[in-house]
Design a binder for this molecule. Structure first.
Ligand code: UDP
Length: 378
């Protein structure tokens, strides 16, 4: 039987470790170079204020996948939080994603759903885009040029530092356009924030006698003492694993500027986006709003201003940059990876995919069933 090593204790690694430990009743080692589990989904409580902070930016769990929901509910109870996002654009505050309220406010109209739909259709037709090839064309073909220009062009340039014409259209299809006043950010069946924080979720997943958890452990060092037959599940960046031998995949990283304020509530909502290109940050997170069941007890507030930039070696990668060049380079790395029988790449970083938490769990459950079980228990 092979020694099993999981590199990275985010959702992908934690799900696989939990399955191997519980379902196969086999020992597994999971290492992480950070001092905490949970990857970028980690949250922790600020000891001064008692406010739970999502250390790597807002993480709202949402899914319509019944299997994923059933699975994750074994480790967490959820609150009733429903995500709503506002965006400040040219001195006014609008609701996001674009809905009837956004449209009417932007055009100073009071259109009913059908009228608005026809109005936006007329805007879309002006551009005559039949087969959108990039983010800009896709967005314009969904809502017309003026709304794209106001809410997406500047934000996207700040977020990705690329011309939106270079980016994949699928980035923008994450957001719906609605001709009603539903301005919930997500359209999924299940949504919420863990009542006791993400910290508790990961602890429950990884607290098992079969799981040997090693924090502050870098794979580069750790691999020196690995047996050659070990099975490795690697959830770090795939280009880093291969020492950037074919070139570097582009990643976006985020910097967060933390501010504590002696007010009960500073922005009135969990996330305010800033659409204007001149404002250097993309959004502000005010974490206490994620726990409406807790917030009245807290007198202060904490916000994170989010700044996006290209990741250099040593920075935490957050977002794969979905341009043609990066996708081609990824294919070349995947080709290299396919020659390695004892290593499986997964998670947002290992697969260079823009996965949400639920997608990551779904991919991990499927990888466990289809790839790991047959290898470990043939
Ligand atoms: N986006 C935008 N304006 C907004 C919100 C999103 O232009 O107010 C675009 C931007 O390109 C972003 C993409 O839509 O990268 C996906 O947004 P989402 O909120 O899903 O991004 P995430 O929360 O994963 O950073």
């Amino acid at each position: 039987m092979k020694n099993i090593i999981i590199v990275g204790a985010g959702f992908f690694g934690a799900v696989i470790a939990e399955r191997i430990a519980n379902d196969l009743n086999l020992p597994v080692t999971i290492i992480d170079k950070r001092k905490h589990i949970g990857g970028n989904s980690w949250s922790e409580t600020d000891s001064e204020t008692g406010i739970e902070i999502h250390k790597y930016g807002s993480h709202i769990f949402h899914t319509s996948n019944e299997d994923v929901w059933k699975y994750i509910c074994r480790f967490a109870a959820w609150n009733e939080y429903r995500h709503k996002v506002l965006t400040t654009c040219n001195g006014e505050v609008y609701t996001m994603p674009v809905n009837l309220g956004t449209i009417n406010q932007y055009y100073h109209r009071a259109m009913a759903p059908e009228t608005a739909k026809n109005f936006i259709l007329a805007e879309i037709r002006k551009e005559n885009i039949t087969d959108p090839q990039n983010l800009e064309e896709k967005a314009v073909s969904m809502l017309g040029r003026p709304l794209y220009q106001a809410f997406f062009h500047g934000y996207t340039k700040k977020q990705w530092e690329k011309d939106p014409k270079e980016l994949s259209p699928e980035i923008i299809t994450r957001l719906p356009v609605r001709f009603n006043y539903n301005y919930r950010y997500f359209s999924d069946k299940y949504e919420g924030i863990p009542l006791n924080g993400y910290e508790t979720v990961f602890r429950k997943m990884l607290c098992h006698k079969n799981i040997d958890l090693k924090l502050n452990t870098d794979f580069k060092e750790y691999k020196k003492c690995l047996e050659s037959e070990s099975l490795i599940i690697y959830t770090g960046a795939i280009d880093e694993y291969f020492n950037y031998r074919l070139g570097r995949l582009e990643w976006r990283t985020l910097d967060f500027k933390l501010e504590k304020h002696p007010y009960h509530d500073i922005q009135g909502t969990a996330v305010m986006n800033y659409a204007d290109e001149e404002i250097p940050f993309t959004r502000i997170h005010e974490f206490k709003h994620y726990h409406p069941e807790r917030k009245d007890k807290l007198k202060e507030t904490i916000i994170f201003k989010e700044y996006s930039r290209f990741a250099s070696i040593g920075d935490d990668p957050y977002y794969p940059v979905l341009t043609l060049n990066n996708v081609l380079l990824l294919k070349a790395y995947q080709q290299l990876a396919s020659g390695k029988k004892n290593i499986i790449f997964g998670g947002r970083l290992g697969s260079y995919k823009y996965l949400d938490m639920d997608d990551t769990i779904a991919e991990a459950l499927s990888c466990y069933k289809k790839r790991i079980c047959p290898l470990v228990n043939p």
